[in-house]
Ligand binder design. Structure first.
Ligand SMILES: N[C@@H](CCC[C@H](N)C(=O)O)C(=O)O
Length: 279
């Protein structure tokens, strides 16, 4: 099967984008693993599939698969690349696009400087939503929020549509992201596993973040991870309402006014090349 695709990246988090607005998407999990393989395929952190809208009020539907072939709920950097793709491919002439993911409707705005702002919706702290099973764990309350003891460190748990466990570290460069990340990802308290964030607070409006993503391992940036880290930092009293997040692959701006207000994420989205692969 010949599969046309577009390679894209947002702050170095990289994607194979498949346009399924004209023909149905039919790749198996095995074919997606091959597509995502950096040696035997194209290589990417996630595969993004763009489909026609199925719900009233939406412009498109957007599905996300980790490079393991597992379908997941959300991808923030991918959302920015999605809107860049649909505008550049002429699939819409709107600069504000509404898109449905597995469990959220996102509003995306293409800015004049080429960056994209995504209304990611509100964060969710309900443990069932992550899911997070706190049985046997005693939290430490900080500023009315909780830090949970997991794998010998304290994590804040937040869902941005997908699950995140965020910890504060003194030095993100030397943090044990590659060894502790997978242990947190697979910890028994997270039945559907979790994305593990490591944040260093530089100032109340500036953090450095590394994320060990569920399935994909450490990536150069994780958009939902940046939102989760800033939300956790605000709830814990460490951060202000607008924060610049430095990732390994670029900078994201995250804003959250608290409560049920949506988290806003602004950052880059770039095409790398078009291609075609036979699977
Ligand atoms: N890179 C993404 C998140 C992709 C999904 C994640 N690995 C998961 O399994 O939840 C982002 O930019 O948010």
């Amino acid at each position: 099967m010949r599969v046309p695709f577009t390679k894209m990246q947002g702050a170095g988090n990289d994607f194979v984008v498949i346009d399924a607005t004209r023909q149905p998407f039919s790749l198996t999990a095995e074919q997606m693993r091959l597509l995502g393989d950096r040696r035997f395929g194209v290589g990417c952190d996630q595969i993004l599939v763009i489909e026609p809208a199925t719900q009233a009020g939406a412009d498109f539907r957007y599905r996300i698969f980790n490079n393991t072939g597992d379908e997941v709920e959300h991808c923030g950097n991918g959302a920015r690349c999605f809107v860049r793709y649909v505008v550049d491919a002429g699939l819409t002439d709107k600069r504000q696009v509404r898109v449905d993911t597995m469990n959220r409707r996102l509003l995306l705005t293409l800015q004049d400087d080429g960056r994209v702002t995504v209304d990611m919706g509100p964060p969710v702290f309900d443990h069932a939503a992550l899911p997070f099973d706190a049985k046997g764990l005693t939290p430490r309350g900080v500023n009315g929020f909780e830090l949970w003891p997991v794998e010998g460190v304290e994590v804040a748990v937040v869902s941005m549509g997908n699950p995140h466990a965020v910890q504060r570290v003194d030095d993100v460069q030397t943090a044990p992201v590659l060894t502790l990340g997978p242990r947190i990802e697979h910890h028994v308290s997270f039945p559907r596993r979790v994305n593990a964030g490591f944040m260093q607070v530089l100032a109340r409006d500036r953090i450095v973040l590394r994320v060990f993503e569920r399935d994909a391992g450490e990536t150069l940036a994780c958009g939902t991870g940046a939102c989760a880290a800033v939300v956790a930092g605000i709830r814990l009293g460490w951060l202000d309402a607008a924060v610049e997040v430095q990732t390994l692959g670029g900078q994201l701006r995250i804003e959250w006014a608290g409560g049920q207000s949506p988290v806003l994420m602004t950052g880059p989205a770039m095409k790398v090349f078009d291609g075609e692969i036979t699977l």
